[in-house]
Design a protein around this ligand. Structure first.
Ligand SMILES: *Cc1c(COP(=O)(O)O)cnc(C)c1O
Length: 454
């Protein structure tokens, strides 16, 4: 029977952990881990809860695990087999090689971020993106901030404090993560004026609510939910006509927005930024890391005088984007300009991936898993675009379905999440589904290895 008197000294435990583990582990981490494990072992021995024939080796291994945990990055890559292409919890849009290369090139050194190389003096960081954004969307002017929530907030702060913003009752929504349109309006000092009903709002509802206190008409993309049935949303061009007639600008929060049409992939049409500009919205905001497929950012395009007001607002500085984001966004936008977005941007590669290719990969993977004794087969499934775009819309896809052992699908999913890299799958009818639409082709090998190891 072991007692606390059998415990090794801190020094002896550290020496043992060193020889069995990472030679380069910093002493401070080893010391902290050894003290923690000795204290835990003391309690366990007293309670008779530690049974081992080699106390030193057992504790040294625990110390090693603890040190390795402390040295492991917290933010690390994940294999996304969930089938949700733009998954906010998994970091939204994976970046293109060109975006990553641009971010590394600019981030690792100095750049002309705010420096006019021709004149040899101070420049503006806005110039790197504005030309691209105006060319791609048809808008007069453009500005990038930290994310779309910041874009909406800045627009309201600059244009509406102390005044009224008219929003359809069906659009006074929560986007997620506690971002609620009525709350954001209040925080910016504006007053929300709701018009219409939850399901139907007409142009004349907006017109009737306009007073001399009205700062904006605002449209909000319904993002992650959909109203169906007896529904009427006022088309943006009708809102813009009402706005123009009364001299009130229209702010359009597109949420995801997109520069490419979604209909060719059998999806409902997600509103394009170009269409919003063409419909006459005065200011349009959208995310950089949803369907655009770039880094986290909020993009604002629209009338030059309004964009200037936003740029000059004292809070614009607090919401500005850094050099690596600008570099990644510029490379992402250039893919649209050169017509290579579908091939270059992972989000669009996944959306447009043909079923036949997914089917072939699933068959190859399932065959290899079966050869190793796992109950794996190919199963049709549906992928989601996610990211608050196209609510309820799915794409046909192909999954590898695994029938778990006696401990069940939840246990198998947990083991896959604990792997390195972690694999995130989904469970349907007691089976584990690995949707290949969101797994990159070059990750199939790695996915197989993780499945065989779990
Ligand atoms: C996603 C979304 C936002 C927030 O955008 P972030 O880039 O996540 O800050 C705001 N409004 C709508 C309609 C959205 O879909």
């Amino acid at each position: 029977m072991l007692t606390p008197r059998d415990l090794p000294s801190v020094d002896r435990l550290i020496r043992a952990a060193r020889t069995t583990g990472d030679e380069a582990a910093p002493h401070t981490l080893l010391l902290e881990a050894a003290r923690t494990e000795l204290a835990a072992a003391r309690t366990q021995l007293r309670d008779g809860a530690l049974a081992t024939d080699d106390l030193l080796t057992t504790l040294a291994e625990r110390v090693r695990v603890r040190v390795a945990d402390a040295l492991r990055p917290s933010l690390r890559p994940v294999l996304n087999a969930s089938g949700v292409i733009i998954q906010t919890n998994l970091g939204r849009a994976p970046l293109s090689s060109a975006a990553l290369a641009a971010m590394a090139r600019v981030g690792g050194g100095y750049s002309n971020l705010e420096y006019d190389l021709e004149r040899g003096g101070r420049g503006g960081r806005g110039v790197h993106l504005e030309g691209l954004l105006t060319r791609l969307t048809g808008a007069e002017a453009a500005l990038a901030v930290n994310n779309n929530a910041a874009a909406v907030y800045l627009a309201l702060l600059a244009l509406a404090p102390g005044r009224e913003v008219i929003v359809s009752r069906g659009q006074a929504v929560e986007i997620g993560g506690g971002f609620r349109i009525p709350d954001v309006l209040r925080q910016s000092g504006a007053t929300l004026v709701e018009v219409g009903t939850t399901n139907r709002t007409y142009a004349h509802d907006y017109a009737a609510a306009i007073t001399e206190r009205t700062a904006l008409l605002m449209r909000v993309h319904s993002s992650n939910f959909r109203l169906v049935g007896f529904v009427h949303e006022t088309p943006l061009d009708e809102m813009a006509a009402v706005g123009r007639a009364h001299g009130v600008p229209v702010l359009d929060d597109l949420g995801s927005g997109t520069l490419l049409p979604t209909a060719p992939y059998g999806l409902a049409p997600e509103p394009t930024v170009q269409a919003s500009v063409a419909s006459g919205a005065d200011l349009i905001t959208f995310s950089g890391d949803k369907l655009l497929g770039g880094p986290q950012a909020g993009l604002i395009v629209g009338r030059r005088d309004l964009i200037e007001q936003l740029r000059r607002h004292p809070l614009a500085r607090a919401l500005r984007v850094d050099k690596t984001t600008i570099a990644g966004l510029e490379a992402t936008l250039r893919a649209y300009l050169s017509g290579t977005a579908l091939d270059e941007l992972p989000v669009w590669r996944m959306i447009s991936a043909p079923l036949a290719g997914l089917q072939a990969r699933a068959e190859a993977l399932a065959a290899q898993l079966r050869a190793a004794g796992l109950a794996a087969e190919v199963a049709p499934c549906r992928s989601a675009v996610g990211g608050g775009s196209l609510p309820g819309e799915t794409l046909p896809s192909v999954a590898v379905a695994i029938k778990p052992g006696p401990d069940g699908a939840d246990a198998l999913a947990a083991r896959l999440r604990a792997g390195s890299p972690a694999v995130v799958a989904r469970i349907a009818e007691g089976r584990l589904l690995l949707d290949l639409r969101t797994v990159f082709v070059e990750q199939d090998e790695l996915l197989l290895r993780q499945l065989l190891a779990s």
